[in-house]
Design a protein around this ligand. Structure first.
Ligand code: KIV
Ligand code: ZN
Length: 391
């Protein structure tokens, strides 16, 4: 049996950026989008253009910078103005996708919209029909799907697919699902969806309130999901979203178990993680899987002894797989501008402003004189503190 390709949508710039304290300016968003392109994600969710003029412009700039190489989407509620804002901001991309979200759980229907279930469903259908007059690709998210009545959820999916939706995204909006149950939900939807229209892509979007976002995403893949939505460092509302690096590496290390793979360039993962940390100021925990400082550190004597005999004794993937080796730097005061620039760029930082780079280089020389040997983490903190002071 051939292995399935899983489409990866990164929503660091939309769901991730909703986190308090993680607001990015337009230049930072572009820096992030360029890194997402290097990572080779299939789709970037660039923002929520109806939320502010700044967000609208940032989405447009992202489209202009990477929209020829990566599919771009942005979020709309099921209302005409939001859909227009998304269309206007992404229409120049090579492969634009309108993303519409509307709740399907009783609590959303009753408390958020205070309308009948039929009326809410009709809102969704009308929104999809309108979006289809603008673009061929429309994703519909059934917000709070994991707490929805299954038959109503399915009726909504069936209706929006008939109205033209090309992707159905099933969110576990509040991180309520557990892997067996979420997998079962995806399997049931998938069976019906394949009978209705087997070209429609089935997607999942998991939150981490119970620490299960990665497990739920993998369970969904096992049960037929074709596409996953994640963020770098698992950044996102409350406890965050499924972490891209975790799901991608789980598929890479256990590809034969899932019979599925992604096109993510995994050697860019650490750089992406560090860039998010740098841009948002939100650190990852030291023992975070894949990108935490201790993810590949072995301290006990028994483990070190085993590793020296054969790395595979205690390693299921190598640091090089996630880009750790390419980041290993030992610079000295004699390394020169070229080597230093290369080191800074390898970490995903922009060096295009010549005056800013020169100022940074002078700080590097001072540090190198004092420390003699400058390692990757020194360079990272040097750039981070320099940019924080000069911004
Ligand atoms: O968590 C959620 O339901 C969302 C949707 C917009 C997909 O972020
Ligand atoms: Zn979300």
């Amino acid at each position: 049996m051939t292995h399935r390709k899983i489409i990866v949508l990164d929503t660091t710039l939309r769901d991730g950026e909703q986190v308090p304290g993680a607001k990015l300016n337009v230049h930072q968003k572009i820096e992030m989008a360029v890194q997402l392109k290097r990572l080779n994600v299939d789709i970037i969710e660039a923002g929520f253009p109806a939320s502010s003029q700044g967000d609208f412009q940032a989405v447009q700039e992202i489209v202009r910078t990477v929209g020829d190489a990566v599919s771009i989407t942005a979020l709309a509620r099921a209302v005409k103005d939001d859909i227009d804002a998304v269309y206007q901001s992404i229409k120049e991309a090579q492969n634009p996708l309108i993303h519409i979200v509307l709740g399907t759980s009783n609590i959303h229907v009753e408390k958020k919209f205070n309308r009948s279930k039929e009326a809410v469903m009709q809102m969704g259908v009308d929104a999809v029909k309108y979006a289809k007059t603008l673009l061929p690709h429309v994703q519909y998210s059934t917000e709070d799907a994991s707490r929805s009545d299954f038959e109503y959820l399915w009726k909504t999916i069936e209706s929006v697919v008939k109205a033209g939706a090309t992707m159905i995204n099933v969110p576990d909006t509040v991180g309520f699902a557990v892997p067996e149950e979420f997998g079962d939900l995806i399997r049931r939807i998938n069976e019906r969806l394949k009978n209705l229209d087997d070209k429609v892509i089935l997607s999942v979007h998991c939150h981490n309130d119970l620490g299960l976002a990665t497990a739920n995403t993998l369970s969904a893949i096992r049960n037929g999901a074709d596409k996953i939505e994640c963020t770098i460092n698992g950044l996102g509302e409350r406890a965050g979203n499924a972490s891209l690096e975790e799901v991608v590496m789980a598929l890479k290390v256990r590809e034969s178990a899932y019979k599925a793979y992604t096109d993510i360039r995994t050697t860019e993962l650490l750089r992406a993680s560090r860039l998010v940390t740098h841009l948002t100021g939100l650190d990852v925990q030291v023992n975070k899987a894949i990108t935490g400082e201790n993810a590949f550190a072995h301290s006990s004597g028994i483990h070190q002894d085993g590793l020296l005999k054969d790395k595979q004794v205690y390693e299921i993937m190598s640091p090089e797989d996630v880009g750790a080796d390419s980041m290993e730097l030992i610079l000295t005061a004699r390394s020169g501008r070229h080597a230093f620039k290369n080191a800074v760029e390898k970490m995903g930082f922009d060096t295009s402003d010549a005056a800013d780079f020169e100022a940074l280089f002078q700080k590097f020389l001072t540090l190198a004189d004092a420390k003699k040997e400058v390692y990757d983490h020194d360079v990272f903190y040097l750039v981070t503190s320099h940019r924080t002071v000069s911004n």
